[in-house]
Design a protein around this ligand. Sequence first.
Ligand code: HEM
Length: 420
Amino acid sequence: MSGPSQYVPKNALARWLEARLPIIGFTYDSFVAYPTPKNLNYWWTFGAILSFMLIAQILTGVVLAMHYTGHTSMAFNSVEHIMRDVNWGWMIRYLHANGASMFFLAVYIHMARGLYYGSYKAPREVLWILGVVIFLLMMATAFMGYVLPWGQMSFWGATVITNLFSAIPLVGDAITIWLWGGYSVDNPTLNRFFSLHYLLPFMIAAVVALHVWALHVVGQNNPAGVDIKDVEKDSVPFTPHATMKDMVGVAVFFILFAWFAFFVPNYLGHSDNYIEANPLVTPAHIVPEWYFLPFYAILRAIPSKLGGVIFMFASIAILVVLPWLDTSRVRSAVYRPIYKIFFWLFIVTVIGLGYLGSQPPEGGAVIAARILTAWYFIHFIVVMPLLGLFEKTKPVPASINDAVLAKNGGERVAAAAPAQ
Ligand code: HEM
């Protein structure tokens, strides 16, 4: 946090430490006294939910790694050993496997919240771009984690995705062989994926620290999309207000997570992954986990392999330049009636792509995937720049306080109140 610390050490030990390493003051300023917009809704609890999920994934993952063996001859059996022999092993594994899905569910909601309320717009561009970096790291981590049980989908998923690099002209084959550590997905591939799958979450944690740092420099956006002007009127201290709300969000989300992990633990997985990897038998349909399906649909929608790879990566890269593609002067969709419609159209497009990614690429499904892929890019490249120029927005409240009063039917109260 910037500015002088508001923390006053209460005893000699705290004063001594504060003079040498002001860590208590830093935590106090960042998570207790920190001024939080007073109009935040529950969509703002997803940052805390994501932090919770990251910690849960690291803790369960570290325990799984104590019993897992990263070798092609033992990986599949070591996972079965975890499920059957290790005390509470089934629970740790189901929490970790379903935790990955929950993590992605939360990150998609977190990103959609950012899109709706314009949280990527100035001065939050770096905060947003760090988010995109986190998202890419999450995708890499999840992809490599899925290979570790060494089931049929693990093996064939890894084969399909690593093979994409071979589409790069001239150096593609060399890169693919380098990635594999051999001439096909095999033991060196599994072993290095295990190593990287263990490493990347800690890199995610480091980028999350930068993400939260950037957030605390520019301050939180909020449903009104106007910044805090008067700390007294527009904000409340982070603790207890935001901490309590975040705890409610985390608790409710945990119920959903627990329902998946304890009642339908294999619902989100693929049954073929309970068959040990066999390089001689290709499954009828190779499908990734649900959270990759929209990107998989974009990959397959383009008739050329290289084109598919370029469009798939571009679909994420385009998020980096979004702050500059959106030309609107108004941040929040609450005051952008036309953008609101396009936002929901975009959400439907992504869900539609996800559905098509799960279907065999034949007939009408291919045409539909092409239309939705085209719309995905048109949304960013055409709609966002033009809408900002032509949309007639609603009047934006002068302050967060005004937005709150207006929402509570308090315009008249505000108007009638004597000027201070
Ligand atoms: C491990 C993943 C992530 C963690 C732990 C995380 C954490 C957080 C936290 C704690 C906040 C503040 C609370 C809140 O606004 O919800 C936040 C805000 C934000 N995050 Fe993330 N985040 C993650 C991923 C992402 C991704 C993938 C993006 C976008 C691509 C993103 C974009 C943003 C933006 C724009 C804000 C500011 C929101 C606002 O003030 O309106 N984050 N994040």
